[in-house]
Design a protein. Structure first.
Lengths: 114, 114
């Protein structure tokens, strides 16, 4: 079973920031938080990942709470093309020793409204 | 830099037949993972290949088998096809070495079993 809990669906107005929450209360100290998204019938697209510090890249920002039990993915200026299913996944970092397959839950269906 | 590629794009088979799906990893990646995604569900991990060997397997029967070649490309074979094998089959590649092995997905192969 997935180790994360996400809302089933969310709406956001185009041009506004989309904030997608994820609960991972049983996360271990060596587990990273990963975010992927999947646009209809395409392969999942990697967005961002982090361990305990907040992270930002060209696609999004990841805010992880101090106790690491929850996180928020932020799309700063949502566009219609950001409509997709967003998956929050926790997994062990490899440390050079390899890592396991990803365990996907049902994700959050984000709908950007014009 | 080419990303992960998969072939064929679509495939139609009948029950009892066998199918082979192919995947070429992203340049610089040596680990390939396969996932099955049924309609309306998140991807489910099938297995992962590294150094031409299966290193981890999800909860899938022996009808699902794979192979990795010296150039790191991979095949997924499914024998004795069932109607329930109809799904989007996704391949993901990642570099094994390093602190975290972010997996990058291909576009998938849509398999329909009639």
């Amino acid at each position: 079973d997935a180790k994360t809990t996400q809302p089933t669906s969310m709406d956001c107005a185009e041009g506004r920031a989309a904030n997608l929450p994820c609960n991972h209360s049983t996360i271990s100290g060596n587990e990273y938080v990963y975010w992927y998204r999947q646009i209809h019938s395409q392969g999942p697209q990697y967005i961002i990942h982090g361990l305990k510090n907040n992270e930002t890249n060209e696609m999004a920002s990841l805010i992880i709470t101090e106790d690491r039990k929850s996180s928020t993915l932020i799309l700063p200026h949502a566009t219609l093309r950001d409509t997709a299913v967003y998956y929050c996944i926790v997994r062990v970092g490899t440390g050079g020793g390899g890592a396991d397959g990803l365990t996907f839950g049902k994700g959050t269906h984000l709908i950007i409204q014009p | 830099d080419a990303g992960v590629t998969q072939s064929p794009t679509h495939l139609i088979k009948t029950r009892g037949q066998q199918v082979t799906l192919r995947c070429s990893p992203k340049s610089g990646h040596d680990t390939v993972s396969w996932y099955q995604q049924a309609l309306g569900q998140g991807p489910q991990f099938i297995f992962q290949y590294y150094e031409e060997e299966e290193r981890q397997r999800g909860n899938f029967p022996d009808r699902f088998s794979g192979h990795q070649f010296p150039n790191y490309s991979s095949e997924l074979n499914v024998n004795a096809l069932l109607l329930g094998d109809s799904a989007l089959y996704l391949c993901a590649s990642s570099p094994l070495a390093g602190l975290t092995d972010t997996q990058y997905f291909g576009p998938g192969t849509r398999l329909t079993v009639l």
